[in-house]
Every structure is written in C-alpha cells, then in structure tokens.
Design a protein around this ligand. Structure first.
Ligand code: SF4
Length: 360
C-alpha cells in the first residue's frame, strides 16, 4: 500500500476519498472521516466509533487527524479568548475567539510570525518563522469550534459563525495553503462556512489581490492605516513596493458581488494618522470604492512607540468620515488585557488571567 499522507485534516474530501480508496474502503468512509475531523473536531481515530475498529487501527498507524497541540489559553475580561497552539516542530501560533451578542468569530493565523515588518505590530518582531500548512490553518478552527461547543453547551455542531484571517502572518503571502484551507472550511461536509462569513485581510500584496479575486469568493479586507505614501511607507514596508495608488487600483478592479463592500482597517495612532486632514484624505482616497472603514484605536505595546487615541477622537474621526459619505465604525478593542488585540499576537501572556482554562 502507498504510504498515507500524515495529516488527514489537510485534505479535501476528494483527496481523502482517494486515500480511503487506496485502503480498499468504500467511498462513504471518506465522508465519515471528513465529518469526524472537521464537524466534530475528532482528535483521534478512537473517537470515530462508527468506523470499523480495524480501519481505525490501520489509519492510526499511518496518519494523524491533528497537527496542533493546544498549549495554553487566556480569557479576557471582555470574553475574548486567546488560544495558543504548538505545531509539531515546536512553533507557537495564536488564534483569538471573540464572542459577541450576535456572532462568534475566530481570528485565525496563517503563518508562524510574519515577514511584512509593519512597525506598529508585535507579530512583526518575530520575523517569519514559516508558513502554516492547510491542516494547521484548519486545525485552529476545528480545535476552537470543538471547545466552544463543549464549554458553551451548543447543540449545533458549528457554534463559530465567522472567520477572519487577521491573526499572525500575511494570508496572501501563504496563498496556496490559505486557498486549500478555505476549500475545506467551505465544504458542505466540513464547516460549511458561507463566503459571506469569511474575511481575509491583507496589507496589500497587489498581484495576490488579483489572484485572490480570481481564485476565491470570500470577503476582502485591506489593512490601510495611512492616507499618504510617505506616511504609509514609514509604518508598512509593503507600501514601498505597492503604493497607495497601486493598492487602491487593485481594490477598484476587485469584483464585488451585489451589496458587498471591501473593508478597510485603519488603526488610529495619536498624532500620526488621526487628524481631520487624514479623515478627509481617507474619504477622498476611497471615493468610488464600495467600502466600509473599521477604525481601531491602537493597542499600545511598551516596546513600540506609537500611542493610542481616546475614544472621543476615534468617534470624531468616524463622524468626519460619515459626513463625507464613507461608512465607518469604531471597533472595540477586544482582548487588550491578554495581548490578543489587533497587532498584539506575539505569543505573550498579557496581564489578564493566565489559564490553561477551557474556552471560554
Ligand atoms: S500587521 Fe499583519 S502583515 Fe503587518 S506585520 Fe503584523 S501580522 Fe504581519
């Protein structure tokens, strides 16, 4: 027999069917396996009690259903939970669970560390360790979904309602693995997320935005954070390669379904990009693009020099944008006390209650 792929959680249903076929098993076994891994979040073959014992035995000798070990979890006062995972080769990565009144969102990492070097972001200080595999990307969703279901007592198999790819790493810098993970997460026999409930955020790798548009159908977010090239290049090195004009041109040609908008993330840093003039320039830059702006007061870190803005300033900035017919929202900073907020993922504990606690 050919050797089995090690990580079954990284395979689409079609690929899994091939593997099962090589074992001489009927095709429906692949669907059973797929559902166990992705819908129920099974962590071992032993749990798959409707598969023949002999098949489970053979599978467990040659393959695994998970590649991530849960290393730690911390719960914020606001209910946000940061879960840290360890990969088989010892890399630490983080996912952030954010429950709210109307949705349960998971922020997913796509790389261990990040190569983009945005100077306001703690993840950048790690540098890029490596890309995550499709199994490691999906594995974060499987593990947290299972814990939330168990700990919050959900009856349905998928308590998570939304995914945002805004964790560690630049998703479009790991596009092939991201795309493979999305195929699994969108599968009807897997998590069955609709495209409306998945958002991928990028700093603006322009050629990859075009590929993303052509090869996926999920939502796009742009981490913008500045209104001039001079300003943006100071904090985001990517802007020296693809400037604002190139980035916004890519956004203008991005095919949007009826009623869809591109989300622009704008981290507000005091005295740097929070002036009235910035607000006016931002509205001008985004003119003609179906857009909404998420304003995120900066999360300060002792080793980084940027400072946050008061809520009143963020509100005033939002009002200016609204007056210029640009939909804008001030985002609450979730999980600040456990270093789980935007730009804070760097495998740190924060000041919140450290715990090996279950989610939440
Ligand atoms: S903001 Fe995103 S892309 Fe920039 S360094 Fe941090 S993780 Fe990487």
């Amino acid at each position: 027999m050919d050797s089995l792929p090690v990580d079954l959680g990284a395979l689409t249903l079609e690929d899994l069917s091939e593997v099962v076929g090589k074992l001489g098993e009927r095709p429906y076994r692949a669907r059973q396996l797929f559902r166990w891994i992705h819908q129920r979040g099974a962590e071992s073959f032993d749990e798959m009690t409707d598969l023949p014992r002999e098949l489970r035995q053979r599978l467990s000798e040659q393959a695994a259903v998970r590649t991530l070990d849960r290393d730690a979890a911390q719960r914020s006062l606001d209910g946000t939970v940061k879960v840290r995972f360890r990969t088989r080769d010892g890399k630490l990565i983080e996912s952030v669970y954010m429950p709210s009144a109307d949705r349960r969102t998971l922020c997913v990492s796509t790389q261990a560390g990040c190569a983009m070097g945005c100077i306001f972001c703690l993840t950048a200080t790690l540098g890029l360790e490596r890309n995550l595999t499709p199994g490691e990307i999906v594995g974060q969703v499987n593990a947290v979904n299972r814990e939330v279901r168990r700990d919050e007592g959900h009856e349905g198999w998928r308590p998570l309602t939304n995914l945002v790819f805004m964790g560690m790493g630049e998703p479009l810098n790991n596009f092939e693995n991201l795309k493979a993970a999305l195929a699994i997460l969108r599968s009807e026999d897997g998590h069955n997320f609709s495209q409306r409930h998945i958002t991928v955020s990028t700093v603006g790798l322009v050629p990859m935005i075009d590929r993303f548009a052509a090869e996926t159908d999920v939502k796009l977010a742009i981490s913008l954070n500045a209104t001039t090239d001079e300003q943006r290049s100071r904090i985001m090195p990517v802007n020296r390669k693809w400037n604002l004009e190139a980035l916004l041109e890519a956004c203008r040609r991005f095919p949007l379904r009826q009623g869809r908008r591109i989300t622009f993330e704008y981290v507000l840093m005091r005295g740097f990009n929070d002036s009235d003039e910035d607000a006016r320039r931002l509205a001008e830059l985004l003119r003609g693009i179906p857009a909404k702006v998420n304003l995120i007061p900066y999360n300060e870190a002792p080793e980084l020099s940027f400072r946050s803005v008061a809520f009143e300033r963020a509100e005033a900035f939002r009002e200016l944008l609204s007056g210029l017919h640009l939909a804008a929202f001030v985002r609450k900073n979730r999980g600040r006390d456990i270093a789980a907020a935007c730009g804070q993922l760097a495998n740190r504990q924060g000041s919140g209650p450290a715990a090996q606690a279950a989610v939440p």
